[in-house]
Design a protein around this ligand. Structure first.
Ligand SMILES: C[S@@+](CC[C@H](N)C(=O)[O-])C[C@H]1O[C@@H](n2cnc3c(N)ncnc32)[C@H](O)[C@@H]1O
Length: 263
């Protein structure tokens, strides 16, 4: 009895160890654009993100429901259709949506200017033996050819800039989308409780200057409803929804646009 238990444990240990070795043998690589090409991203915002991504509490585990719904209803409900669809997770952070897309079989690309975030993303993918192309670059100047993606998902990322930067990101998304491609963008509305906090840089943008927020030192650009139609003016169609939620007994109002735009 003791001997068979011992052999059982040994076999289990060997299988686990072999799996671990196999997983460690392949490691998702990060394609690094040179520091010089990170020109438009704000250096201070980048440093803040490097710091936040190195803290486990800023590493969300689960994909957001709106991303899951968009992927299955607007991109491909059938698993067999997904490998042929090239999807970019723009501003991937710690990689929760990259992991979801790769796991569900999409041909997945992920871009961020935070190396720490990309390393977290690579680790998540490695842990499940998943594949994706990871690129460190600036979202204002995407290092991809025009018309190369079926979809770009930008969840909570492209508003870390000012008005001209946000327009530039949207123009870049438009450029890299294939003619019938779609984008899903989750971005802050001007009803969000953070609007007006800090130093005004232009009509829509504020540089947060309070150490009460973990976004201190970052630029945030907020859009009104008319702004959305104007900023996405090149797209054939724009579907717009608003998601609002209060937190901390009503003291915080998160207000965001859910935008699906077709080229
Ligand atoms: C709120 S996080 C969202 C991360 C991820 N999309 C998610 O939902 O978990 C915003 C991300 O945008 C990235 N980001 C901000 N400005 C950027 C820029 N100029 N170029 C590339 N990435 C940027 C940050 O590094 C960060 O990972």
């Amino acid at each position: 009895m003791m001997i068979s238990l011992w052999i059982g444990s040994f076999l289990l240990y060997s299988v686990r160890n072999n799996t671990r070795q196999r997983l460690l043998l392949r490691s998702v690589e990060i394609n690094m654009q040179s520091e010089g090409s990170l020109t438009h991203g704000d250096a201070r915002t980048k440093d803040r993100w490097e710091n936040l991504h190195s803290q486990p509490r800023f590493l969300p585990k689960y994909p957001c429901e709106s991303v899951v719904r968009y992927a299955f209803t607007r991109l491909a409900g059938q698993a067999s259709e997904r490998l042929s669809l090239k999807v970019l997770d723009l501003g991937c952070g710690g990689g929760r949506h990259t992991q979801f897309l790769a796991r569900e079989g999409f041909s997945t690309f992920a871009l961020d200017f935070s190396l720490v975030g990309l390393r977290q993303t690579a680790q998540r993918l490695d842990a499940e033996g998943l594949d994706a192309s990871l690129i460190r670059a600036d979202m204002h100047a995407l290092p991809f050819s025009s018309e190369s993606f079926d979809s770009v998902i930008a969840y909570g990322s492209i508003y870390y800039t000012d008005t001209s930067g946000l327009q530039r990101c949207i123009d870049e998304i438009y450029r890299v989308l294939k003619p019938d491609g779609t984008t899903f963008v989750f971005t802050r509305t001007s009803d969000d409780c953070r609007f007006g906090n800090g130093i005004a840089l232009d009509d829509r943008t504020f540089l947060f200057d309070s150490n009460k927020t973990n976004e201190e030192g970052m630029k945030n650009c907020f859009l009104g409803m008319e702004d959305v139609y104007q900023f996405f003016g090149n797209f054939q169609s724009v579907s717009l929804d608003k998601l609002e939620a209060t937190l901390n007994n009503g003291s915080v109002l998160n207000s965001d646009w859910l935008i699906v735009a077709s080229k």
